[in-house]
Design a protein around this ligand. Structure first.
Ligand SMILES: C[S@@+](CC[C@H](N)C(=O)[O-])C[C@H]1O[C@@H](n2cnc3c(N)ncnc32)[C@H](O)[C@@H]1O
Length: 284
């Protein structure tokens, strides 16, 4: 691979985002291949393509966007999540690997308790609902978001990735338009505090703020979802929420106060507390 001629790009990318040299090389190859409609394998087969001035020019346009902080997923228009390729654009959060834990736990609970109906709140790209649907095709899923544009993206992803599971997408401000009861309520809501310095970071500033922040402590949406979910759960139903690494205790306290039992608190692969949940044994 003629990557040597990209030395200054490698250094700039690694320095700008604090990533390793090999990560920078990998991003450059992805951007080069994408900008020229090539399969990345073609760069290995014929390294000289990376010397073609016309191809380099096309790549440079995308590289400029990347260097300015635009995430690779928004440049390519897709992101891998739970083994599936999700379309994304700047109206939806880029699905994070950490969120795969919530999908794992949802599938586990569905199997363990033979759950049939699922409500996902704040679906964004549809990553959670669609991943659950592809593995559990027999269950009925309702997925909501307050953003119409996000729902358009989620609907496209569902049609492409799980055409046989008719997920019901619904515009709703959390539970405002939701009716009926479910066996499982799932959510990865916004949970970053409004003044968190990470919001100034590269990448995140391209994502919709409404998908990231929730009040002064970041707990507004989590608190609302945990408090209201019991009214939308069938007897014996579960709620599972993703939260920040420092919000486990607050979520556990809220779940206990609202009468949930069999409380669970799980950490992601990085060892950070990430998902909490519980079971409601009463009907409200
Ligand atoms: C952290 S993102 C999660 C997106 C997706 N579920 C995922 O895990 O990649 C939170 C989502 O909640 C949605 N949201 C924000 N406020 C909302 C509200 N009041 N009612 C419903 N959804 C809301 C945002 O539009 C965003 O799609």
């Amino acid at each position: 691979m003629k990557i040597d001629s990209f030395e200054s790009d490698i250094v700039s990318l690694a320095q700008a985002f604090g990533i390793s040299r090999s990560q920078a090389i990998s991003e450059i190859k992805i951007l080069f291949a994408y900008s020229n409609s090539l399969d990345p394998v073609e760069l290995i087969k014929d390294p000289n393509v990376m010397l073609d001035p016309k191809k380099v020019e096309k790549y440079k346009k995308l590289f400029k966007d990347r260097l300015q902080g635009k995430p690779v997923a928004y440049i390519l228009g897709y992101k891998e999540f739970y083994g599936l390729s999700f379309q994304v654009n700047q109206s939806v959060l880029i699905p994070r690997p950490d969120t795969e834990l919530l999908v794992d736990l949802a599938i586990q609970k569905i199997k363990q308790h033979d759950l049939r109906t699922v409500l996902e709140l704040g679906t964004g790209s549809g990553a959670i609902a669609v991943s659950v649907a592809t593995h559990m095709p027999h269950i009925k899923i309702t997925a909501t978001d307050v953003s119409s544009v996000a729902l358009e993206v989620a609907t496209k992803n569902a049609k492409a990735l799980c055409p046989n599971n008719l997920i019901k997408f619904q515009k709703s401000d959390w539970f405002s338009e939701v009716s009926g009861v479910f066996d499982l309520v799932l959510s990865n809501p916004p949970y970053i505090a409004e003044d968190d310095i990470h919001l100034q970071g590269e990448g995140v500033r391209y994502e919709p703020l409404s998908a990231l922040t929730s009040g002064a402590s970041g707990l507004d949406a989590l608190s609302l979802i945990i408090k209201q979910s019991k009214h939308y759960l069938d007897k014996g139903g579960w709620v599972l929420v993703e939260h920040g690494h420092d919000q486990r205790d607050s979520c556990g306290k809220l779940l206990r106060t609202e009468g949930f039992t069999s409380l669970l608190a799980k950490s992601d692969l990085g060892g950070n507390p990430r998902v909490s949940g519980g079971r409601m044994m009463f009907e409200y």
